[in-house]
Design a binder for this molecule. Sequence first.
Ligand code: SF4
Length: 218
Amino acid sequence: MTKKERYKNVLNWFEANAESAETELNYNNNFELLVAVILSAQCTDKRVNLITPALFEVFPTPEVMMESSPEVIFEYIKSCSYPNNKSKSLYGMANKLVKDYNGVVPSEINSLLTLPGVGRKTANVILAVAFNKPAMPVDTHVFRVSNRIGLTNNSKSPLETEKELVKYIPQYLQNKAHHWLILHGRYICVARKPKCEKCGISKWCKYYIKSNIIDNNS
Ligand code: SF4
């Protein structure tokens, strides 16, 4: 099977079978989305969704957040992972947003990358979810699942994975494909022991094909 065929089959399967593919983070506007995505690094969406209602109530805009302090923000996010760093990032992000972007979340990747706490993955999530621009944010799930399926060839970095995926996935499908791969990694192709027996794309999966050849020969 060529790589092109693998992509085609896998994407077709997801298109026909995947359930609604949207972010599981709760938010009401682009600022709230940005806050939630920054909090979600190394933390579950479930946990973030427990934290954000009170946080958004106290800090509804970047202008209000910048008048606060990392110490005060910390109190609202301390049940999240890395609350020290994240409270500093949120405070810094709100300041930069107000000072350089009139309090409006920018829609260009290079501008997003100037905000504290915003790396390439977060910036791509904002582009895809807030602005519906084609983007391929690579988190731990997308990275792992792409290597296992064989959409990437033992990629060594998220950037390598991103470049390979956007090369093969048509632009109009990239945002959907990003969610498909995340949800697949979260619920089926889990890190420790992938649930291959429940997986609809096993016949095109490099990992599955390889492990069955080994099993059949042993
Ligand atoms: Fe992951 Fe197994 Fe499905 Fe391959 S067959 S994508 S390893 S769950």
